[in-house]
Design a protein around this ligand. Structure first.
Ligand SMILES: Nc1ncnc2c1ncn2[C@@H]1O[C@H](COP(=O)(O)OP(=O)(O)O)[C@@H](O)[C@H]1O
Ligand SMILES: [Mg+2]
Length: 395
């Protein structure tokens, strides 16, 4: 016969066993889930980062840096590989030779290998370019992806521009660019320079605006290149006194060749000279043309002064429907090359002039008397030669 107390004890021990078993099962399941999770985490991390994909990660970092708009430091070996041992020469200028290259992710680049007789010269050029272009991003300015600074190789790595430089299409055999395309190249170039002058944290003077430094992408959209001569110039300190000659003859402003204060207006002058060449699709100075047309800018001045551009329109092959736009471009160019820097407009005004957002007064004669024929009397149309453009009145 079983006593009631014994039954209660049995019940108690059954419950105890049940709880103990449940705790064990719980612990077992938790351990199982934990181990399963850790294993699957290890497996998934293996999926993302196997050793074999290390180079992909390097490329990801490269793309990250590109996205963060920070110039990347390349090794000379990376550039040897990207350019296939510098096999494809795109061209060369005063400071180096430019080679076509491609990174393993398909990014096309132009690698400018710097040369020079003295290390100091190379270093100055190098530091100027890296610190200026590396800070600047605008649709109409060539991007600097990175650089290499090693004893055996000092190079700058730029975005690749499929159609090369504008001079080829203005002066070479291939004159396929129509008036509308050339006009938008002029506007885009002006916007790029305006950004350097007016929108960067520190004003950047280019010093070498010329057709060879306007590069064209696959769609012939223009980007200003080659900040090799650019210097960072604090906005407050608008005047930089130059110690040596700069720029390219034919484009360099008069103040660059004289011991006078140089400002960003020297780029406006060079842009004006470039604009004449865009209008004429010829070099400003030509020998195989009638004498009166030899120097294109003075010929343009005569057309604007007399208000009769028929001859120029014919010689340059312009259509009548574009007459207003061409006259606008001619007047803008004449304003840009005014002898006195303060008479030249700012580049943002130049953009407005070209785009038609601003009425352009007839410019005064920008050229010294020795460039003009003696029978030509400049008609300044009430615009005094001391006219100054107020940079703050962007209208
Ligand atoms: N980013 C680029 N993409 C494509 N071609 C380029 C690039 N940079 C330069 N080039 C080519 O290399 C040539 C030489 O350039 P550069 O050394 O800057 O000399 P310069 O400006 O005096 O002509 C240019 O005329 C152009 O045809
Ligand atoms: Mg250049």
């Amino acid at each position: 016969m079983s006593s009631p107390s014994t039954g209660a004890t049995d019940d108690y021990s059954t419950t105890e066993h049940f709880i103990t078993a449940a705790v064990f099962i719980g612990i077992y399941v938790s351990i199982f889930v934990y181990v399963w999770r850790v294993r699957s985490q290890i497996q998934s991390s293996k999926d993302v980062c196997p050793d074999s994909q290390f180079s992909t990660l390097t490329m990801d970092k490269f793309l990250d840096d590109m996205e963060r708009e920070k110039p990347i430091r390349f090794t000379s070996q990376q550039l040897w590989i990207a350019t296939d041992n510098f096999a494809n020469l795109l061209g060369s200028g005063g400071f180096g030779a430019v080679y076509k290259g491609m990174f393993s992710n398909g990014t096309m680049v132009a690698v400018k290998v710097l040369y020079g007789s003295s290390d100091k010269r190379i270093e100055e050029q190098f530091m100027a370019e890296v610190s200026t272009i590396g800070r600047v991003h605008h649709f109409n300015l060539v991007r600097l992806y990175g650089f290499c600074f090693e004893q055996n190789l000092r190079a700058l790595v730029y975005e690749y521009m499929e159609n090369g430089s504008l001079d080829k299409f203005l002066f070479g055999e291939d004159k396929k660019l129509g008036f509308q395309q050339l006009r938008s190249i002029a506007v885009g170039t002006a916007k790029g320079i305006a950004y350097l002058h007016e929108e960067c944290q520190h004003r950047i003077i280019h010093y070498d605006i010329k057709p060879g430094n306007v590069l064209l992408d696959a769609k012939f959209l223009p980007k200003v290149a080659d900040f090799g001569l650019a210097k960072l110039c604090n906005r407050e300190n608008t005047h930089v006194t130059m110690t040596g000659g700069r720029g390219t003859p034919g484009y360099a402003a008069p103040e660059l060749w004289a011991p006078f204060a140089v400002t960003h207006k020297c780029d406006v002058y060079s842009f004006g000279m470039l604009l004449f060449e865009i209008i004429g699709k010829r070099r400003n100075l030509a020998r195989n043309v009638p004498e009166s047309q030899e120097w294109f800018p003075t010929w343009v001045w005569k057309m604007v002064e007399t208000g009769n551009s028929v001859e120029l329109m014919m010689v340059c092959g312009f259509e009548d429907k574009d007459k207003d736009k061409i006259e606008r471009m001619m007047k803008t160019a004449l304003w840009c090359v005014q002898h006195r820097p303060e008479s030249r407009p700012s580049m943002s005004i130049v953009v407005k002039m070209l785009e038609g957002a601003l009425e352009i007064p007839t410019p005064p004669n920008p050229f010294p008397a020795y460039l003009m024929e003696s029978n030509v009397v400049p008609n300044n149309n009430n615009i005094s030669s001391s006219t100054t453009w107020n940079d703050t009145s962007l209208l």
